[in-house]
Design a protein around this ligand. Structure first.
Ligand code: 13P
Ligand code: SF4
Length: 317
């Protein structure tokens, strides 16, 4: 058996041999985040997938992320170390659902969260991630009706921050973030009255967090609704003694590494995405050795989805 150090050295050696770049999402296991060339949120990783020089991308994340990388870089080989790593949110809508919904609103602009299959993306006008969702909505003329899919909590959040009332929202959810609910949040906030709060907009508690601010229970400056990349930037400069984190618990690894004087604690320590955790040390090594599993998107679907995804990559900071 290999030590952790030998494993990392072997992963790096095989990646060089394959001319591969390793990209890891912020929810990956700590050892995967540490061995990767780049760790980041969905938007940052999509931008990297579009711009890196390497001929192969090993995507340590879930299936829709590897598909998005392939759509943006069709000439590259994209490997997903565990092809069964799916997403409960992406599973809440099909391409047929989008076509039927659009037929009911023929003049609407269809905005899709990046957590969707390539087939769904091909039926949409523009994609977004949690870090640029509001900017994507603002890029659409105010008088246009909008269909936002598939996440109901992110949808409610963008409606609130943009102030637009002509946005229809698909009622999907991510089981991990939906499980970080208002009751759990209120309990944690009551127990930690001085702490800051970073909330991912996919959370069931995103509305409750703003209600806590609105009712005066928590001062406005202590509550931030952020993507995982936004959480990391905020963590680097905070002077708070403690920050409560409402998102998947893999995020804590990056936050703690970025700032060792602040204490970061999960709002719900059971909020773990088993799909993200399917990428293990052994799986990554096996993928690099065998060149598996290659993710492909058929050419017709990819070219339709590409317009939507390229717009996403261009919008927001
Ligand atoms: P971000 O890293 O873009 O905030 O995405 C969160 C997520 O749930 C990805 O599955
Ligand atoms: Fe999908 Fe939720 Fe897992 Fe992200 S955390 S990959 S949205 S199931």
């Amino acid at each position: 058996t290999m030590t952790r150090h030998e494993w990392a050295a072997e992963v790096r050696r095989l990646a060089r041999e394959r001319d591969a770049v390793i990209l890891a999402h912020n929810y990956q296991r700590p050892e995967i985040q540490d061995v990767a060339d780049h760790t980041g949120d969905s938007l940052a990783l999509s931008r990297l997938a579009a711009s890196v020089e390497a001929s192969t991308i090993v995507f340590c994340g879930v299936h829709f992320m590897a598909e998005t990388a392939k759509i943006l870089s069709p000439e590259k080989t994209v490997l997903l170390p565990e092809p069964e790593a799916g997403c409960s949110l992406a599973d809440t809508i099909t391409a047929d659902d989008v076509r039927a919904w659009r037929a009911e609103h023929p003049d609407a602009v269809v905005v899709a969260y990046v957590n969707t299959t390539a087939a769904v993306k091909a039926e949409t006008d523009i994609c977004c991630t949690s870090s640029n969702a509001a900017d994507v909505i603002r890029s659409i003329p105010e008088d246009r009706e909008i269909l936002f899919l598939p996440d109901q909590f992110l949808g409610a959040h963008v409606k609130r921050v943009t102030g637009r009332d002509n946005i229809h929202v698909w009622m999907g959810e991510c089981h991990v973030h939906a499980g970080i609910d208002g009751a759990t949040l209120r309990e944690r906030v009551a127990a930690e009255p001085g702490a800051e709060l970073y909330v991912h907009p996919e959370c069931g508690c995103a509305t409750s967090a703003l209600y806590l601010v609105g009712s005066g229970a928590v001062p406005q400056e202590r509550v931030k609704v952020l993507s995982t990349g936004g959480m990391l930037s905020a963590a680097e400069s905070t002077t708070a003694g403690k920050v409560l984190i409402a998102t998947e618990t893999g995020m804590l690894h990056q936050l703690r590494a970025a700032n060792s004087t602040t204490v970061f604690e999960p709002v719900n320590p059971r909020a773990e995405c088993h799909y993200m955790k399917m990428i293990t040390a052994e799986k990554l090594l096996g993928a690099l050795r065998a060149g598996t599993t290659e993710i492909t998107v058929d050419a017709a679907t990819a070219s339709k989805a590409r317009r939507s995804v390229e717009r996403m990559v261009e919008i927001g900071s």
